[in-house]
Design a protein around this ligand. Structure first.
Ligand code: NAI
Ligand code: 3PY
Length: 328
C-alpha cells in the first residue's frame, strides 16, 4: 500500500503523514519520478503541475484517492479520472483563503492607488505625485463565492463598499454580501461592479469565460483582479480592453501561460499589476495542506469520505462537504 506525494514537503511533513497512515509506504516522487511512481500508488497527495501520464496511471488500476494539495482541481480532473468511479478526489478548497485574500488586496489596492505607475517612477527616482482612485462607496463583484471569495468579502466589508457575487450555491449568501446571484447571472454582476474579482475554478465552462463580450458588459473604467486561473481570461481580449480604456486596470496573480512569457504585452502595461501565482504561496502553505491531508488520510482508512470531496460533475466540492477546520 503506497502513497505517492508530489509537492515540496519536509521531513516533518512526511512524519506527520506517516503517523496518520502507519501501514502505508510513503514516497515523495518529486516532479522527476512522478510518471514512474504514480502508477504504483493507491493514494496520490499533491498537485501535478508537471504533466502526469494519466493514461498510464489509469491503466495500472491501482489509484483510489487523489488528495490535491491545491484548491484548483484543473490539474487532475481529466476525463479518465472523472469517469473512473473507483477514484475519489478531494481538494484543498478554502484552505488558502486568508493568503489568497491578502494577495487579492495587494493587487486591488495596488491598482486603486496606482502602484504600478508609482513603482515605475520610483525605479527612475521620480517623485510622481498624482491623485488616485479610492474604494469607499464602490461596488465590488466577486465571481465565485467559495472559500476564497467569502474570505475576500469578509475582509472587504469594513471598507464601506457594496459587495455582490455569483456562485453555484447562491442560497449560501454571507452576511456582508448584498446580492449573491446564481453563476449564470454574471451579466448583472459585471454591469454594476467597479472592481471585479475572479475566484472561480477553471473547468470546461469557465475556460475563456472572460473575453471581449464580458469585458464590454463591464462598466467603462472598471478593474479586473484575477486570483483564480489565468485561462478563465482571454488575455488578448484583456489587452484590447485595457488599451481601449474599457478597463482601467488589471491585477493578475495568474496568467494563461505560467511563467508569463517575456514577450507578453501585459509586462509593459502600467495599468497592469502581475504577481507570479503566489496567492497561496505563504510559508505556512505546506504545513496547512499536509495537516488536512493527514486528517483525510485517517478518514480514508476508516472508510469515511474525505473532507472537500470533489463532486466530479461540478469539478469542486459542494458546500456540505467542505473542510471547516475539523480535527478528525
Ligand atoms: N492564486 C492562487 O494562488 C490560488 C488560486 N486558487 C484558485 O481559486 C479557485 C477557488 O478556490 P477556493 O475558493 O478555495 O475554491 P472553492 O471550491 O472553495 O470555491 C469555488 C467556488 O466557485 C463557485 N463556482 C464554480 N463555478 C462558478 C461559476 N461559473 N461562476 C461563479 N461561481 C462559480 C463554486 O460554487 C464554489 O463556491 C480555485 O479553483 C483555484 O483555481 C485557489 C487557491 C490559490
Ligand atoms: O491551490 C491552488 O489552486 C493554487 O493555485 C495554489 O498554487
Amino acid at each position: 500500500m503506497r502513497i505517492v506525494l508530489c509537492y515540496p514537503v519536509g521531513e516533518k511533513h512526511i512524519a506527520q503523514l506517516q503517523a496518520a497512515a502507519p501501514d502505508f509506504e510513503i514516497i515523495n516522487a518529486g516532479q522527476e519520478r512522478i510518471d514512474e511512481l504514480l502508477p504504483t500508488a493507491e493514494i496520490f497527495i499533491g498537485h501535478a503541475k508537471v504533466p502526469v501520464n494519466w493514461d498510464r496511471v489509469l491503466d495500472a488500476g491501482k489509484l483510489r484517492w487523489i488528495q490535491s494539495s491545491a484548491a484548483g482541481m484543473d490539474h487532475c480532473l481529466v476525463p479518465g479520472v472523472i469517469a473512473e468511479d473507483r477514484i475519489v478526489v478531494s481538494s484543498a478548497s478554502g484552505l488558502f483563503a486568508p493568503q489568497v485574500a491578502e494577495q487579492t488586496f495587494s493587487l486591488l489596492f495596488g491598482l486603486i492607488r496606482r502602484a504600478p505607475l508609482f513603482f515605475r517612477a520610483e525605479a527612475k527616482r521620480q517623485f510622481m505625485r498624482l491623485p488616485t482612485d479610492d474604494l469607499r462607496g464602490k461596488t465590488v463583484g466577486i465571481v465565485g463565492m467559495g472559500g476564497n471569495g467569502r474570505m475576500i468579502a469578509k475582509m472587504l466589508a469594513p471598507w464601506d463598499v457594496k459587495i455582490v457575487g455569483t456562485d453555484y450555491f447562491p442560497e449560501q449568501k454571507p452576511p456582508e454580501v448584498a446580492e449573491l446571484w446564481p453563476a449564470g447571472h454574471l451579466d448583472q454582476l459585471l454591469q454594476c461592479s467597479d472592481y471585479v474579482i475572479l475566484t472561480l475554478p477553471l473547468n470546461a465552462s469557465t475556460r475563456g469565460l472572460f473575453g471581449q463580450q464580458r469585458f464590454e458588459q463591464m462598466k467603462r473604467g472598471s478593474y479586473l483582479v484575477n486570483v483564480a486561473r489565468g485561462a478563465v481570461v482571454q488575455e488578448a481580449a484583456l489587452c484590447d480592453a485595457l488599451q481601449s480604456g474599457q478597463l482601467a486596470g488589471a491585477g493578475l496573480d495568474v496568467t494563461e501561460v505560467e511563467p508569463l512569457p517575456p514577450e507578453s504585452l501585459l509586462w509593459d502595461d502600467p495599468k497592469v499589476m502581475i504577481s507570479p501565482h503566489v496567492g497561496a504561496q505563504s510559508f505556512r502553505r505546506v504545513d496547512d495542506s499536509t495537516a488536512m491531508a493527514a486528517i483525510n488520510l485517517k478518514r480514508y482508512q476508516r472508510g469515511l469520505t474525505p473532507y472537500n470531496l470533489v463532486d466530479k460533475t461540478l469539478g469542486f466540492p459542494k458546500p456540505a462537504d467542505l473542510y471547516r477546520g475539523q480535527s478528525e
